[in-house]
Each structure stands twice: as structure tokens, then as C-alpha cells.
Design a protein around this ligand. Structure first.
Ligand code: RFL
Ligand code: PHB
Length: 395
């Protein structure tokens, strides 16, 4: 087998990259470890920044998102029985975010990719191994059925998430990994109940963090901070809703409509960055290169900026023979990544319970009180939440 760009991983990063390349007449093969149903069933992100929205429009997969996505121009922070709206649009010159589930976005991408003559998807590709990328002879070896196969390509995009094969194939002495694992996780519940509020609520409570999000006007997505030793099965629906309501001001808990969970799972929280993101002809993209705690809703949106930069660089190479952007990819992508790592860490640090010492909660309340009393404080939250701009010189 032969193609121009070999892509490991058919999640949002790999699919979006393949589409943008295809629209510039560049061919790719996606090797995905699982099948389509498995990838689409993962309930993850819900908040899209303008950069991601623009990218999906450019990839010509935005029709349903433009129709069904919910435009949010503010978020609410609650702490100490207070609720404070941060006016995202008012503080950022009209910017907003769009609430649209990663599940839906992935489905839209697969609908387009599987009809696209420039893209071939191999599902259930096992033991994918990127080789030769440091010697200008990149190949992807993989197994389908009982057969070991080889895909020759010019470049490899590692879009295979945090546990993938691409980062693992890099010689240890060439890569530096920065990591922080947080001492708690998020228990998430999806339910067919109307959201308690028309915007997202991020709550700092002395019992721990809580988040009320949504997927539509009839589907709620909520999270609570839980211990790392807890299991989803420890949390029957009633216990979950009770705990969520306890962590919200009465104005919201009184209005909460509860219902059976359609999905319930616990996600660990981690900050992680690999440096650099390019190794010869192998590029790390999205969660393969970095992870943020979900508090700032940044993971998928960072994948979008990586995809934007790498697709721009590959198009410049294939259309104009330029390699300058491929050389700059890692440095330019990492600048935005570290900005989001910092914001996600900071928002986590002022909204979650880290230990049992009551002084920590008091200091968090003082910081939130200060931020809300200051236009500069509110603006720093709003600017980061709607997403920092892409590098304008990367063209
Ligand atoms: P993915 O989605 O992990 O996809 C990687 C794909 O690669 C495949 N794969 C392999 N294929 C072949 N060979 C191998 N060896 C392979 N290993 C893995 C996998 O099967 C999979 O299909 O990475 P990608 O594409 O980079 O996308 C990243 C996003 O999924 C992720 O950043 C977000 O979901 C993070 N995230 C959020 N991001 C946001 O921007 N806004 C949010 O509101 C938001 N909320 C969240 C989140 C993540 C969460 N969890 C569960 C971690 C909320 C949660 C709870
Ligand atoms: C979600 O809707 O899943 C969601 C929203 C905001 C976050 C994280 C997750 O910060």
C-alpha cells in the first residue's frame, strides 16, 4: 500500500486532518485500531471554540453543527452560594463558544471521510508500528485480520491519542515529557433531562467541583469531582444527582430535573506535554502530544489548532515544495498548547478540592471573589475560555 500521508488514529484529529488534506487533493490512509461504532460511542468533549468551528467549516463537515450546535456567549461560576455570570461575548468583542458533542462531530466527520475518494480508512488495524521516520523512509506496519501489511508514505501523522503507538515509537532520548496527574477524577453522567440552566455552570464547593453542561435542550451532561479510588458503580443515579445538587446554589439545585443516566464513567485528570512534536517525518497531533484536565474545555480545541497548523504545512509542501512550515510546526503548535495547559491547570486549581485543609478553600474563594470584582479578572477567564488566536504568520 502507498499514500502521501499515513495517519494513525481515526479520532477527531485524524479525521479532520484527512479531510483538510483531501480538499487540497492530498491523499491519506487512516489506520484506526477500533471500529467506527467504538470511536463514535466515546462521550467526551462538548465545547467548541471558534477555531474548531472554522476548521469544521473548512473541512466541509459543519452543516449539522451549524444547525444544531448551541451558541453560548457566557458561563456561570458558582462559589460560596454566589453565582456570577462571565459575559464571554461582552468581554472579548463578541466571541462565543458552540456546544456540540464530540460524538456528533465524529459522526459528521466519518460520514464525509468514508465517502471521500482521497481517503482510505482501515478499521481494526492492530499493532500499528511507525518505522523509518527518522531516515526519510517512513512506513506504517500494521496487522489486519491475520495479515501483516506495510503502508509506504511521505509523512506520518500520529493522531492516536494519549495511549497510542506514535509517541511510543520515538526514541526516549529524543523526547521530553512533562506530566502532572491530579489527585482526583471526574464522574460524568449523560441523561435525557433538560439542562438546569441555559449556560454552563462551573461550581467550586467545599465538597468538591461540579459542572453542569449539556448536549441539547433535552440532554444534560454533568460532572462531579470524585476520588481516584472511586468507581462509577459506587454512584447509583440517585447518589450522583444528590451530590451534584449539594454542590450547587439552591437557585440551581431546586430547579434540577433528574433522570436515569444513559452513560456514566470516571475520567482521570492529567496535564501532559511532549516536546518536540516532530521527529523527522513523524508529527504528533492532538492528544498524542498533549493532555489537559477538562476544566477549561481545551483538549479537542487544541487538537484543532494542531490540525490547522499541520494541514497548512503539508499543503505548502505538496503544492509549493515548501518545508519551512513543517519545520516550524512543533514550535508554533506548542506555544498555543502551553497557553491552554496553563489555563486548564489554573482553572482546575481554583475550582477543585485538593486536600482537607480548610485554608485552601478559603484562599480559592478569595481568588474567585477578586476575579469577579475585576474586569481584568473576568476578561482573563473569558479570553482564554473562548480560545486564544491561531498564529497569524503561519501561512
Ligand atoms: P482521540 O479522541 O483519543 O482519538 C485517537 C484515536 O486513535 C485511535 N488509536 C489508535 N489507532 C491505531 N493504532 C493505535 N495504536 C491507536 N491508539 C489509539 C483511538 O482508537 C482513537 O480513535 O484523540 P484526538 O483525535 O487527538 O482527539 C482529542 C479529543 O478526543 C480530546 O482532546 C477531548 O475529548 C478532550 N475533552 C474536551 N476537549 C474539549 O476541547 N472540550 C471539552 O469540552 C472536552 N471535554 C474532554 C472533555 C475529554 C474528556 N475525557 C474523557 C478525557 C471531557 C472529558 C470527560
Ligand atoms: C462537556 O460538556 O462534556 C464539557 C463541558 C465543559 C468542560 C468539560 C466538559 O469544561
Amino acid at each position: 500500500m502507498q499514500t502521501q500521508v499515513g495517519i494513525i488514529g481515526g479520532g477527531p484529529s485524524g479525521l479532520c486532518l484527512a479531510r483538510l488534506l483531501s480538499l487540497a487533493n492530498i491523499q491519506s490512509v487512516i489506520l484506526e485500531r477500533h471500529d467506527r461504532a467504538y470511536v463514535e460511542a466515546r462521550i467526551r468533549a462538548g465545547v467548541l471554540e471558534q477555531g474548531m468551528v472554522d476548521l469544521l467549516r473548512k473541512a466541509e463537515v459543519s452543516e449539522r453543527m451549524d444547525r444544531e450546535g448551541l451558541v453560548h456567549s457566557g458561563i456561570t461560576l458558582t462559589f460560596d452560594d454566589r453565582f456570577e455570570r462571565v459575559d464571554l461575548a461582552g468581554l472579548t468583542g463578541g466571541k462565543h463558544v458552540v456546544v456540540y458533542g464530540q460524538t456528533e462531530l465524529t459522526r459528521d466527520l466519518y460520514d464525509a471521510v468514508l465517502k471521500d475518494a482521497n481517503i482510505q480508512v482501515v478499521f481494526n488495524a492492530k499493532d500499528v508500528s511507525p518505522v523509518g521516520f527518522l531516515d526519510d523512509r517512513p512506513n506504517l506496519e500494521f496487522t489486519t485480520g491475520a495479515q501483516r501489511r506495510k503502508l509506504r508514505c511521505d509523512y506520518i501523522a500520529g493522531c492516536d491519542g494519549y495511549h497510542g503507538a506514535s509517541r511510543a515509537a520515538v526514541p526516549r532520548e529524543m523526547i521530553v515529557e512533562y506530566e502532572r496527574v491530579y489527585p482526583f477524577g471526574w464522574l460524568g453522567v449523560l441523561a435525557d433531562t433538560p439542562p438546569v440552566h441555559d449556560e454552563l455552570i462551573y461550581s467550586n464547593h467545599k465538597r468538591g467541583f461540579a459542572l453542569c453542561s449539556m448536549r441539547s435542550h433535552t440532554r444534560t451532561r454533568c460532572y462531579i469531582q470524585v476520588g481516584l479510588d472511586e468507581k462509577a458503580s459506587d454512584w447509583p443515579d440517585e447518589r450522583f444527582w444528590y451530590e451534584l445538587c449539594t454542590r450547587l446554589p439552591a437557585r440551581f439545585s431546586d430547579a434540577m430535573v433528574t433522570g436515569p443516566a444513559i452513560e456514566k464513567s470516571i475520567a482521570p485528570l492529567r496535564s501532559f506535554v511532549a516536546e518536540p512534536l516532530r521527529f523527522g517525518r513523524l508529527f504528533l497531533v492532538g492528544d498524542a502530544g498533549h493532555i489537559v484536565p477538562p476544566t477549561g474545555a481545551k483538549g479537542l480545541n487544541l487538537a484543532a489548532s494542531d490540525v490547522h497548523y499541520l494541514s497548512t504545512a503539508l499543503v505548502a509542501f505538496y503544492h509549493q515544495g515548501r518545508t519551512d512550515l513543517l519545520k516550524r510546526y512543533s514550535q508554533v503548535a506548542l506555544r498555543r498548547i502551553w497557553a491552554a495547559v496553563r489555563f486548564s491547570w489554573w482553572l482546575t486549581s481554583i475550582t477543585h478540592k485538593f486536600g482537607s485543609d480548610p485554608i485552601e478553600h478559603k484562599i480559592q474563594l478569595a481568588e474567585l471573589d477578586y476575579l469577579m470584582s475585576s474586569t481584568a479578572g473576568r476578561t482573563t477567564i473569558a479570553e482564554n475560555y473562548v480560545g486564544l488566536p491561531f498564529e497569524p504568520t503561519f501561512v
